[in-house]
Write a protein that binds this ligand. Structure first.
Ligand SMILES: Nc1ncnc2c1ncn2[C@@H]1O[C@H](COP(=O)(O)OP(=O)(O)OP(=O)(O)O)[C@@H](O)[C@H]1O
Ligand SMILES: [Mg+2]
Length: 315
């Protein structure tokens, strides 16, 4: 098994409040409230841990409310290299009504100053040594520029780690300049960055080919229930997940990413890598949380994934 670092630069406390009916402008009474530490890098870390890997987690955490994060890190046995910064890690509220309607209120998040940014780079100089790969996932907090992200990715690359990046917008655009080993945008995210819609398969492939030519190793392009296309050197595969009952799509992209990193680091055959990763993502969709708790269900989902070779001739 591998040693993997995941970085969550902008984590969040997810607070889910269940209500009968939300009445705006009135006092509402919650039926239940759950709070858990979240953030894309932490999600990926948990799925990778379920797959048997040794995990280090890092990024930035607010000094005022680290308890839920520290409890998760301790419970999962992760090595903690989060830099603590003044203030509160943001809270993202989900107000869930009994008819299933969900209202999101996302907090603003930490401001991360230059000293904290430098502290993370310096800590990683020591901590990243000996890791096989790093997954950098999620948005950037206030105070961090896309150019700093590029510096971070280049440093990790120079340290010999395989760098997987899952972000969007300007962070993805500038992050691509570091030519990551693997990227996992969805089609909208990559389309936005490249300035063209990527709905047609031919356009997706042409875009991926251009990125591969610039030094990106693996383009993993996800498209919700329509599945995922994976492009690499001499490889273009599409996976269609089996139809599943949707519990919550939270963590689907993170689960897919974890599955891909797992298969690649284990040197599994490409078809098996993509099949397993697609099944892990489909399983996440069936659950309220994510993670691999039911191996039998996972095997059934794997058997239901349809793999096809992408067609040639669209470059
Ligand atoms: N309804 C679904 N049924 C089966 N599999 C799904 C479904 N939705 C998503 N998936 C799987 O999860 C993968 C990732 O989903 P998606 O493309 O929505 O990621 P994303 O937009 O990055 O999501 P996230 O919000 O987690 O970042 C898909 O490629 C697919 O394999
Ligand atoms: Mg995503």
């Amino acid at each position: 098994m591998a040693k993997i670092l995941t970085l969550t630069l902008n984590p969040a406390l997810d607070v889910t409040v269940s209500l009968d009916v939300l009445r705006a402008g009135h006092v509402n009474r919650a039926q239940a409230q759950h709070r858990h530490a979240a953030g894309k890098g932490l999600n990926v870390a948990q799925v990778l841990a379920d797959l048997g890997h040794a995990i280090t987690v890092g990024g930035f955490l607010g000094l005022d409310n680290p308890q839920s994060f520290e409890a998760l890190i301790e419970h999962r046995g992760f090595t903690d290299c989060f830099i603590r910064v003044p203030g509160e890690t943001r809270s993202n509220y989900k107000l869930v009504e009994c008819d299933g309607r969900v209202t999101d209120i996302n907090g603003q998040g930490l401001e991360v100053d230059e000293a904290a940014q430098n502290a993370l780079l310096r800590r990683l100089e020591q901590v990243a040594v000996g890791h096989d790969a790093v997954v950098v996932a999620g948005s950037l907090p206030r105070g961090i520029s896309p150019q700093w992200l590029r510096t971070l990715l280049l440093q990790l690359k120079e340290q010999g780690l395989k760098v997987a990046l899952d972000t969007s917008g300007e962070a993805l655009r500038v992050g691509l300049e570091a030519a990551p080993w693997l990227i996992k945008p969805n089609t909208e995210e990559l389309g936005e960055v490249l300035g063209q819609p990527l709905t047609a398969r031919a356009d997706q492939r042409a875009a991926a080919v251009r990125l591969l030519a610039k030094g990106v190793g693996h383009v993993v392009l996800s498209q919700g229930e329509q599945g995922v296309s994976w492009f690499a050197d001499n490889l273009a595969l599409h996976a269609l997940p089996p139809k599943v009952r949707v519990g919550s799509t939270v963590g689907a992209g993170d689960s897919l990413l974890a599955g891909m990193v797992h298969g690649l680091l284990q040197n599994e055959p490409p078809a098996q890598t993509l099949r397993r990763a697609t099944a892990i993502a489909a399983q996440a969709v069936t659950q309220l949380g994510f993670g691999i708790h039911d191996r039998e269900q996972l095997a059934q989902l794997e058997a239901g994934v349809q793999l096809t070779e992408e067609q040639e001739g669209c470059q």
